[in-house]
Design a protein around this ligand. Sequence first.
Ligand SMILES: C[S@@+](CC[C@H](N)C(=O)[O-])C[C@H]1O[C@@H](n2cnc3c(N)ncnc32)[C@H](O)[C@@H]1O
Length: 339
Amino acid sequence: MLAVYTELKNAEKVKNFLIAKKNFNTDYLPVKEFGLIYFPIVRKIKVPKAKVVNTKFKFPAKDVPLTIDELLKGKLTAKEMKLVPRSLEVVGKIMILEVPEELKKKEKLIAEAYLKQNPNVETVAKKEETHSGEFRLRKIKILAGRKSKETVHFENGVKIKLGLEKTYFSARSGNERLRIARLVKKGEEVLVMFSGAAPFPLVIAKNSLAKVIYGIEINPSAHQYAVKNVSLNRFDDRIAVFFGDVNKILPGMKKKFNRVVMPLPKTGEQFLGLALKKVKKDGFVHLYAFLDEKEIDKEAKKIKGICKQNKKECRVVRKIKCGQFSPGVFRVCFDLKVK
Ligand SMILES: C[S@@+](CC[C@H](N)C(=O)[O-])C[C@H]1O[C@@H](n2cnc3c(N)ncnc32)[C@H](O)[C@@H]1O
């Protein structure tokens, strides 16, 4: 094979020269032998401090992970290949696919291929039912790998342990959690009204100088995970999680907060009056809603109306699209400043 060789002490310089000249054959790995190093090249070239040679030995091929199409080649028809799911959600070590009905008979084959392609994934599952009900739970079916629906997700510097069918969780909201955490100022007291397994409280505690973060969650399993996650991340002194309905817990709580986060996009608006009672003067509320793009401004006006009814003056500081629910429908966060 065509190569150049040099003494080991010149290795870095020769390698950089070959890369700069786009002459490094990246399909293969270099070989070291008797104090010399051989670099595979594409074409003959003069290289300072190195000699060109046609080696008798073959260079070891680089282990390039196969693409999903390569892994499924010959196992699926061309028509089926076009339907293979490409949008994936990975929560901890579990990958969740949306498999179309037409591929039901091939779903295990597809899952095995994804498992092979992703060494960090232990389980491949498919979405059975989307998030629904008061607890916003979903159903998944395991197709390949380890038969467990519990995992630990790493995000924004925290560990979040959760059972995928026992608590709501969306890995896709990680950036939004960090956005909120970065808005929190030193010494703030923050309330997360629908805290689930506590991803918002954890990410805020890790990425801000908040004094304390309260979380309230009605789903007992999600709350249990939240309790574990607070200890797992050693935030027992800064996060307090409560089990129950915000409607019952908050009226009895004397405390008011600098910031209230309301991550319940389906029905969150119904709880805005309650949130406004708990926010301090010049504090903030982050209200989430699923909306068609055309409805965003209308909703902002509606929110201002709700504030007025509750005798609070609010300004919509920002309207942020922070996820997609379905084609044309977005998860929108309204950042409100409350006077
Ligand atoms: C969309 S999930 C968000 C969970 C979590 N904050 C997250 O980002 O992963 C909404 C959560 O609100 C909880 N919830 C719904 N109604 C509630 C209520 N009245 N009081 C407290 N929690 C409630 C649900 O059980 C669910 O866990």
